[in-house]
Design a protein around this ligand. Structure first.
Ligand code: G4P
Length: 520
């Protein structure tokens, strides 16, 4: 197969959801389709404890979680599937957001009994900002949940995206009978068995037990309404992230997952061309290129090894090949490379655009770095900065250690483990994070890698808004709306809460407040 054929069959995506919506159950079913696991319950047993993914970090062991996202890849129906995990719960961190820079599409799993929840909304915003195609699976239809029309309404108004129901459910909970599959013009019957039963629309009149049921009639009326009043399917809009195809089912049953997955891989985009300092780079370009979106430190505590996760964007990766690190112009041999399959990793010999590989990092790579072969050492667009929500003041417990403290701080910030801010007037360092876990990792690594005990003092959850340098007037700020500088010396305000943000906006109407998460 040519490089082009290989990249065309790649489907690289992440599943975004709020904890407990069913992401793990869904991932598990997909791995079952790919014959990657033999039985359900092997991906993660929150209760069974089977998911001892790695004993890379003490923290992982202590907390029984995987600190950073992992990658699963498997062949399915001629496609090569790459699923990137987006850690939630307490392990929600900037890595979760950054993972979304390495995918070509996203599956949004929504708990049908709850609707849009906080974490889904945050991750959705990142996808929308980046124009990533989003496919929606409304889960837990085997339970009494919210009305389907109501859920569609909520997705459209809360997320500001058009919906196109690819399937439409008949009933829910105990009355759940199946879904109309509009795409394939068939009814997928819920029988309680794992196998899905399909009845072509043209043969439905031979099933009066179904069609005469009041629940079926009710759903058919809704579907007609959706057909008439709803938006038509528009693949262009889907590809821009302006329309989301919606599917209904139950990941647990499982029901509707196979219908979803088959339609999804058919429509989900192959790896897209990407912007770089040399213009657009197409994924079938002969020269290898990729960028680092995550660095996992201390995978082996004895060796302080780090693994850099590379999203391949063009060409062909071969183990042992030489690549240039564009930022420095230096050449490295990629001898140790790993691919990740569920909870284990194995050596990877080759890869193409869309694939994710883990490479050994002799402490030279940074998040956002571009690796290339060929004459031009171009760089892909910088990874975006994601707004932190939690802020803590950090000091070294022992002032004698200030040199190591600064070194550790600098390196961990550069690596993207944490964001660093400085008080506008004082020498205070403030650490910003997306999730509490980042502080734990930071504290642990400062101690273990730089031998510095640190003190973290919370200044609480804050709302960060950047402001133009020329608009800074120091008399406007105090503790409730604290003025700080980011790494690039750009000023921003950390508002104590919504109230202080609104108060400030009212008082200083001319000041432009920039929200990194604004969705148009
Ligand atoms: P997450 O990764 O998004 O956090 O969710 P996960 O798949 O772990 O699912 C959360 C809970 O919801 C699990 O139950 C799971 O069995 C259940 N669940 C997932 N999909 C469905 C569905 O389609 N229908 C119903 N009724 N339940 C579903 P749990 O009791 O918390 O854990 P477990 O003991 O089953 O693992």
């Amino acid at each position: 197969m040519t490089i082009k054929d290989e990249m065309k069959r790649r489907r690289t995506f992440a599943i975004i959801s709020h904890p407990d919506a069913g992401k793990t159950t869904m991932t598990e079913k997909m791995l079952l389709f790919g014959n990657m696991i033999r039985s359900a319950g092997t991906v993660k047993g929150k209760k069974s404890g089977k998911f001892a993914t790695s004993d890379w970090m003490e923290i992982e062991k202590q907390r029984g979680i995987s600190v950073t996202s992992s990658v699963m890849n498997f062949p399915y129906k001629g496609y090569q599937i790459n699923i990137l995990d987006t850690p939630g719960h307490e392990d929600f961190s900037e890595d979760t957001y950054r993972t979304l820079t390495a995918v070509d599409s996203v599956v949004m799993v929504i708990d049908g009994t709850k609707g849009i929840e906080a974490q889904t909304l945050k991750l959705f915003k990142v996808c929308k900002m980046r124009g990533i195609p989003i496919f929606t699976f409304i889960n837990k239809m085997d339970r009494e949940g919210r009305e389907s029309l109501d859920l569609m309404e909520e997705i459209e108004s809360t997320l500001n995206i058009e919906t196109y129901p690819m399937t439409w459910p008949v009933g829910m909970g105990k009355r759940f009978m199946g879904v109309f599959d509009r795409e394939n013009e068939q009814f997928v019957q819920y029988t309680g068995n794992e196998e899905e039963t399909y009845i072509p629309f043209s043969e439905l009149d031979q099933h009066p037990e179904l069609t005469n049921h009041p629940t079926y009639q009710e759903s058919l009326d809704e579907l007609m309404l959706v057909d008439e009043a709803g938006d038509g399917f528009d693949l262009d809009k889907v590809m821009k992230g302006d329309q989301t195809p919606v599917f209904f089912g139950s990941a647990l049953a499982p029901f509707g997952v196979e219908t979803f997955f088959n339609t999804f891989i058919n429509y989900a985009p192959e790896p897209a061309p990407r912007h770089s300092t040399e213009g657009v780079v197409t994924p079938d370009n002969e020269e290898f290129s990729g960028f680092i979106f995550k660095i996992q430190a201390n995978m082996n505590p004895q060796h302080r090894d780090r693994v850099a996760f590379v999203r391949i964007c063009s060409g062909k990766f071969e183990r042992g090949m030489n690549v240039n690190l564009s930022r420095t112009g230096k050449t490295f041999k990629l001898a140790q490379s790993q691919q990740f399959v569920a909870s284990s990793s194995s050596t990877v010999e080759e890869g193409y655009a869309g694939d994710i590989i883990g490479i050994y990092d002799p402490n030279v790579y940074r998040i956002g770095d571009t690796l290339v072969t060929g004459k031009n050492n171009f760089e892909y667009d910088e990874l975006p900065q994601f707004p932190p929500e939690l802020f803590k003041k950090v000091t070294a417990k022992n002032v004698m250690k200030s040199k190591q403290f600064k070194k550790g701080l600098e390196q961990l910030v550069q690596e993207g483990a944490i964001q660093l801010f400085k008080h506008y007037h004082f020498e205070d360092y403030i650490i910003g994070a997306v999730g509490e876990l980042q502080y734990e990792v930071f504290d642990y690594r400062m101690k273990n890698e730089y031998n510095v005990d640190i003190e973290l003092t919370s200044i609480g959850e804050r709302i960060p808004r950047w402001i133009p340098e020329e608009q800074v007037d120091q008399s406007m700020f105090d503790d409730r709306n604290m003025l700080v500088l980011d790494r690039e010396q750009k000023p921003l305000v950390l508002f104590k809460n919504d109230f202080s943000l609104r108060w400030f906006q009212d008082k200083y109407k001319d000041i432009e407040l920039i929200d990194l998460f604004e969705v148009n």
